[in-house]
Design a protein around this ligand. Structure first.
Ligand code: 3H9
Length: 703
């Protein structure tokens, strides 16, 4: 077995070090190593107390997620923790980095906990579709009370050391060196003969909830909207409730049952897939981690519109000074006023201190002078979506910017190579497709042009990390990954309505699947005019034999641009965002159907779901085959973070795998026969289906 847990003596204290890089996950070797090291410590007559700490950058960050789904090899984590808690010598956990999940559970099995001030503790299991399964739901409420425990377990957010100290999770904040401080703490506990605090044996903190069981129902109601569709948050509540209603040992057994129930659920598989997919997306085979990057000290944004302002806020939020360039004073003032309003709204909600708001606002400087971009390390162009305008901007950037500066375009559809051709340095040009609102949405598509240099990609990736984005690398094509796939989704939604469904029915089916809203509500929110303009610009490229629903264009011709004009696919009362079905739209749709000779019919919910979501899968398969996306899981990350695909379903490609590609292919082929060329199955989908494989098995085109 690998030597991943060491034991050594430091004065009168035995030190147990978990050394399992990168995050000291509780693999079977670590669990067995902890049992052995504990036994050594107990047998060591010179050790009056024991310390458990983590080597490297963190204490234990949890169970080894890669072991889930495989048969459990003993010792079980509950057993390990039970032995620690039963130790006749005091055991002290010394926390740094992130003590998460099973890591915090180990710490709660210890009699005392010390932490450095930068440490964080938490139970993120819920984000993996799980619950703490090694006593966390039983010990934490016994330590700090039911309500704070519910907050930590059900929400899954990390708790900084000082707050953990205030709550009573951490007994001492260790100043200076953790090991020395923890050894001193342990020696003191032994010398003072402090009682061994066995959390499992105490239950005073449960008494309040025992006499007020309504606390659970209140909590459940409180999370209902946010946790809609998810299983784990509700199972977490059930597990904490078991701490209150059952004796400790029975509570542990109930917790384990609920844990296993979650672990075996498709939701947990999907959420674990999402966890690894997000990390995998940051690995670009031909751009290794040690690729040199340009240090970004200052940034510039061209254009102070909604996107430009939002992008500038991203830089300011990360402490990077940013210059926003506009053509007219009026547009600049308007843009900067929106930025200030956004910050003020966040401050009003208490999520930003007034001082921090000032600091961030001060980092954003507006100017009409294009020369101001000369020293910027990165410039993001966010002007009108028009090739001519963009090329003009890039020619100017080429003349103005310092050598090696990253020249990024925020285009959502245009050809990055053509934009780059306006410069003499295409290696420095890259697409950074932010999603609207750019200061809120976490997704960033980084678009690699044919001549984009590796350093440019690595720098953009590093910058994305710094400004807190989840990023995915995309190849250069119309709509890149996300929007290219979305086209088929929107097209089918519109066809379905022409064929007899209503926008409200389609939206309900998609909402019930788990999206925050359906395609029509989303289009009304985003503004119908954007797509309309793009369609008009590309009208000449549309194949004549492909049907398109004219309804969206007709809505726009009537000035119905969505929420902002009070009407789109729905109508809206003044000041309200609630979509109200509109008979006028119904009439327009009926007329359009008649013109096209369609006989309208009742459309079933199942058909709606398949016809909206299969185009995502089919186009996703093409995107993979063309090498526009590196892997199916990258596509999933884009849909989870940019389009509201429910995380508990893992993303469109993962979802298709769960249905089975044979079924997906056959249904797409059937739609192809009845609905025509739009539904031509992607060759990759067909191949995988015929070979009985999944997207998970796709290992790239080798291109
Ligand atoms: C649990 O504990 C259940 C128990 O209650 C009950 C059991 C019975 N396992 O994120 P990073 C890998 S559930 C395996 O890039 P950072 C990760 O994939 C668990 N691998 O670093 C990556 O690998 P690679 C509860 C793990 O510094 C590498 O480590 N715990 C695990 O940005 C570096 O990760 C959690 O949910 C793991 N548990 O962030 C914590 N964790 O280099 C999950 C990480 O090959 N982890 N890896 O791509 C995290 O939140 C972050 O990784 C952490 C570090 C904050 C720790």
């Amino acid at each position: 077995m690998a030597d991943v847990v060491h034991y050594e003596r430091d004065g009168a204290v035995g030190v147990i070090t978990v050394d399992n890089p990168p995050v000291n996950a509780l693999s079977v070797e670590v669990r067995a190593g902890l049992v052995d090291a504990l036994a050594r410590g107990l047998a060591d007559a010179g050790a009056a107390a024991l310390v458990i700490l983590g080597a490297g950058r963190t204490f234990i960050a949890g169970a080894d997620i890669r072991e889930f789904g495989k048969p459990l090899t003993p010792p079980d984590l509950n057993e390990v923790i039970g032995r620690i808690e039963a130790s006749p010598k005091p055991v002290i956990a010394a926390l740094h980095g992130t003590a998460l999940g099973g890591g915090l559970e180990v710490a709660l099995g210890c009699h005392y906990r010390g932490a450095v001030v930068s440490a964080q503790v938490g139970f993120p299991e819920v984000k993996l579709g799980l619950l703490p399964g090694a006593g966390g739901t039983q010990r934490l409420p016994r330590l700090i009370g039911v309500e704070p425990a519910l907050e930590i377990i059900v929400r899954g957010d990390p708790v900084p050391a000082l707050k953990a100290h205030a709550l009573g999770i951490v007994d001492e904040i260790v100043p200076g060196d953790l090991r020395a401080g923890a050894v001193e703490f342990a020696a003191r506990v032994a010398a003072e003969k402090r009682p061994l605090r066995k959390i499992g044996a105490s239950d005073e903190k449960l008494l309040a909830a025992r006499s007020n069981p309504a606390v659970f129902e209140t909590f459940r109601t409180g999370i209902e909207r946010q946790a809609r569709g998810y299983l784990a948050p509700f199972k977490c509540i059930e597990a904490v409730q078991a701490a209150v209603t059952l004796p400790f040992d029975a509570g542990l057994r109930r917790e384990r049952e609920l844990f296993v129930e979650c672990l075996l659920s498709p939701q947990s598989r999907a959420q674990i897939h999402a966890f690894f997919a997000e990390r995998e997306a940051t690995k670009i085979p031909d751009v290794p981690k040690d690729t040199p990057v340009r240090l970004i000290k200052t940034a510039a944004v061209i254009g102070a519109g909604t996107m430009g302002g939002g992008i500038a806020m991203n830089f300011a939020n990360a402490g990077i000074p940013v210059t926003v360039v506009e053509a007219t004073a009026e547009a600049l003032d308007r843009g900067l006023a929106v930025v200030r309003k956004n910050y003020a709204a966040t401050a009003e909600k208490g999520r930003l201190s007034p001082a921090e708001m000032e600091r961030r606002t001060a980092l954003i400087r507006g100017t009409l002078d294009f020369q101001a971009v000369a020293d910027a390390d990165v410039v993001v162009e966010a002007v009108f979506e028009d090739m001519g305008v963009k090329k003009e901007v890039f020619a100017k950037l080429d003349r103005t910017c310092t050598a090696g500066a990253i020249l990024a375009t925020n285009t959502s559809t245009l050809d990055v190579d053509e934009i780059a051709s306006a410069t003499a340095r295409p290696g420095s040009v890259i697409g950074t497709h932010f999603f609207s609102p750019a200061n809120v949405m976490r997704l960033l598509e980084i678009v690699r042009g044919a001549r984009t240099a590796k350093e440019t990609i690595a720098t953009a990736a590093e910058l994305a990390r710094r400004i807190g984005k989840v990023w995915v690398l995309a190849g250069n094509c119309d709509g890149f990954i996300g929007n290219r796939m979305l086209a088929g989704y929107l097209r089918e939604a519109e066809f379905l309505v022409e064929e007899g469904a209503t926008p409200a029915q389609v939206d309900r089916v998609i909402y019930d699947f788990g999206f925050p809203m359906g395609p029509f509500a989303m289009s009304d929110l985003a503004g119908l005019d954007v797509g309309w303009r793009i369609r008009k610009g590309k009208a000449h490229r549309r194949p004549k034999d492909l049907r398109d629903s004219p309804v969206a264009d007709r809505l726009c011709e009537q000035g119905r641009f969505g929420q902002k004009t009070g009407a789109g696919w729905y109508r809206y009362e003044k000041g309200s965002r609630t979509p109200i079905p509109d008979p006028e739209v119904e009439a327009l749709v009926a007329a359009s159907a008649k013109e096209q000779g369609l006989t309208r019919r009742a459309v079933g919910d199942e058909e709606i779901l398949a016809r909206c979501l299969y185009p995502l899968v089919n186009e996703g398969a093409r995107i993979l085959e063309e090498g526009i996306a590196l892997r199916p899981s990258d596509i999933d990350v884009i849909y989870l973070h940019g389009y509201g695909f429910p995380r508990y379903r893992g993303g469109p490609m993962f979802w298709a795998d769960t249905l089975g590609l044979k079924r997906v292919y056959e249904e797409i082929a059937a739609y192809h026969r009845t609905h025509g060329r739009h539904w031509q199955p992607a060759p990759l989908l067909r191949t995988l289906a015929e070979q009985g494989q999944s997207f998970r098995d796709f290992k790239g085109t080798g291109a």
